[in-house]
Design a protein around this ligand. Structure first.
Ligand SMILES: [Zn+2]
Length: 334
């Protein structure tokens, strides 16, 4: 079985754990290191709010601390969840916050050819397959796909990555520490292109991170359990694995991610300083470093000088989601 999966041949069956030792301390600043490239990649599902600002500011600070670049990518591959005008307002809010990307903003909606090429590579290598299963078909296995059990051929099947039994993935997150997931048991074969024709997040993000030369992925801890899937995909596609740093989440009293627990208050672009100070505090930084800074430019300057990546707390983890709750294989029509 392992021999059939040729892109995985670097991982002998007895040592299936994927470890990237280079990500043990990516937060340490490396003066003059222009090879460091971070990114902020929001989905245009609403305005920038305190939670997304945390990811934007945190990724910006870590990139600047490493004297690296900071890019912005709009992840607009799911039209059903997109809020009209949100992407533009997010970009305007970033500008008001003084967080300017070092390259032109990229939108995933215009990059379908790149994703198609990656998908064909996986299909040609026998690492991906067409799946006709419906949600009902997979109900008996808790929504986890291990083999096709579909009772009818669908006109437009989804395409899944084949995850072999025992496929595990471990990595060291710069903030959250060692992570491990039995992808086969907990996730199963996962979707790369949905039955409705839209690209799955996992494929698009992996292809874009590689195409854009992203070396450090800094984002909210709600995406921590997506990372093993992305690392498996990187291996399958022969793409490099960046370093990962998952920031603490802003959670409500029930432990839910702020933006999901109700209408998260959008950021006020006309008065960005309180939001920046709040994010600074949540990132574990010394509030005294920003005292007396009454404009964005001087506040960001002080933040860059005083930022200490080691102080970022792991934070409280969100309640672990069941896979079925975020299975990307189905559309609302099902
Ligand atoms: Zn199937």
């Amino acid at each position: 079985m392992w021999q059939a999966r040729r892109d995985f041949k670097v991982i002998p069956p007895r040592r299936r754990t994927l470890v990237n030792p280079s990500i043990q301390s990516p937060a340490a600043p490396t003066p003059g290191d222009r090879s460091h490239r971070g990114r902020f990649a929001p989905s245009p599902t609403g305005d920038l709010h305190a939670g997304s600002l945390l990811a934007a500011f945190g990724s910006w600070l870590l990139a600047r601390a490493a004297h690296g670049e900071w890019w912005v990518r709009i992840e607009d591959i799911d039209p059903a969840r997109e809020v009209p005008g949100a992407a533009q307002r997010q970009l305007e809010a970033l500008a008001a916050l003084g967080l300017h990307p070092d390259a032109a903003v990229v939108r995933q909606s215009g990059r379908g050819l790149l994703y198609q090429r990656a998908l064909e590579q996986l299909l040609d290598a026998g690492l991906a397959f067409a799946c006709h299963c419906s949600r009902t078909d997979l109900a008996a296995s808790g929504g986890i796909h291990r083999r096709c059990v579909g009772r009818r051929q669908r006109r437009n099947p989804s395409i899944r990555l084949r995850v072999l039994p025992g496929a595990q993935c471990s990595f060291i997150d710069a903030i959250q520490g060692p992570q491990s997931q039995d992808v086969a048991a907990e996730v199963g074969d996962f979707v790369l292109r949905r039955a409705d024709g839209h690209w799955a997040y996992q494929l698009a993000v992996v292809v874009d991170d590689a195409a854009q030369g992203i070396t450090e992925v800094v984002r909210g801890a709600d995406l921590l359990d997506s990372t093993p899937r992305q690392i498996l995909l990187q291996h399958a596609l022969g793409m490099p694995t960046p370093a990962y740093a998952h920031l603490p989440l802003l959670l409500d009293a029930q432990g839910r991610k702020l933006s999901k627990s109700g209408p998260a208050h959008p950021l006020d672009p006309t008065d960005p300083l309180p939001a920046l100070r709040n994010a600074w505090r949540v990132l574990g930084q010394d509030p005294r470093a920003l005292l007396g800074r009454h404009d964005v430019t001087s506040l960001l300057q002080s933040a860059r000088s005083a930022f200490d990546a080691v102080r970022i707390p792991a934070g409280q983890q969100p309640a672990r989601r069941t896979f079925a709750a975020h299975n990307e294989s189905f559309t609302a029509a099902e």
